[in-house]
Structure formats: C-alpha cells, structure tokens
Design a protein around this ligand. Sequence first.
Ligand code: 5GP
Length: 191
Amino acid sequence: MELLKERIYKDGKVFPGDVLKVDSFLNHQIDAELLGKMGEEIYDLFKDCSVNKILTIEASGIALACFAAREFSCPCVFAKKAKTSNISDSVYTTGVHSYTHGVDYNIVVSKEFLNEGDNVLIVDDFLANGAAMNGLISLCEQAGARVVGCAAAIEKVFQNGGNSLREKGYRVEGLAKVLEMDGEAGTIVLE
Ligand code: 5GP
C-alpha cells in the first residue's frame, strides 16, 4: 500500500534488534485518516471471504482492527494479555512470546466472543516471527472458528512468521513489507 510505504519511509525509525518504531502514526499516536484507508485496503483484500469477526491482540493491534471491522460491519474482538495465571473456564487461552518485550505471557478471549462457525480475519500491527498470529489462530482453533486469513499493517518478511503461516496454508497479507532493516545505519528497504 503506497500511502503506508511513504509514511514508513518518512516517519519510521529503525532500532537495533530489528525493531521498527512507527509510534507517530500507528501505535502510540494514531493517524486515524491513514488507518481508515488501511481498513479499506484490508476490506478490499478479504471482502469475498464472508468475514464476520475481526480478531486482534491488545494493545497496538486494536486501532487498525477497529477500522477494518468498521468496513466489514462486524465486531472487533481483542485478545487480552492475562494478568494472572488464574485463568477461568470461560475463556480460551494460549501462551505467546512477545517480540518487543522478550517475555512469555498468556492471552485470553472470552468464550462468549469467539464461536464455532465464525469466519475470523486476524489483524495486527506487525508480523515478525508470527508468535502473536499463531496465538490468535490457536484461540480460533479452540473455539472451532475458521481463520479466513491474517492481515498485518507491516510484515517484516526477513523474519519468517508470514512465510511459515503461508506454508501452513493460511492467507497472509502485509500492507507494507519490510525486506531489510539496518538498526545501526537506521535504514529500511520496503518491497
Ligand atoms: P511476532 O509475534 O510476529 O514475532 O511479532 C508481532 C508482535 O510483536 C506485534 O503484535 C507487535 O506488537 C510486535 N512487533 C514485532 N515487531 C515489531 C516492530 O518492529 N515494531 C513494533 N513497534 N512492534 C513489533
């Protein structure tokens, strides 16, 4: 998506550890107009997939997921990061390794909001090694819901999350794809 690529080149900041910061428009301050257009792009890509639910993970996936959900006229559900290990029977849960914080945590979704027969589109801000997306897929499997695909605002294709999901048969779309990043030089190459 050209508009997003231009914005990444203009405002994205590359850090050591293959971390791209897009805090000025995507995951701290939010450019609602840009995210609205990204929601439209996601709708165009998946409009023929009978999507009836968008699933994401708190916190930084929520904004884009809501804009996408608005296009599909469907609910946006976000998995919560569990604060305690005392998890009730009324939720689906799985463990996820955090790329940016380097820790493991549990994510939960109430059984009320993810159901057998749902056609779920998973949306997140970044796709790196795929831990977050795989965790969300696991929640859908537990619910008996069908995953119609995964959409990430930014896919870092030099990490393997996207391609390993594609190898498993999932449709994965990155609105902008990072081919290379150099944290020392602060440079980035997009597809
Ligand atoms: P994965 O689970 O695919 O390894 O990483 C995706 C998750 O980690 C996303 O939910 C996102 O919040 C975070 N993440 C991964 N890479 C980056 C990055 O380069 N920049 C930022 N801001 N977040 C990232």
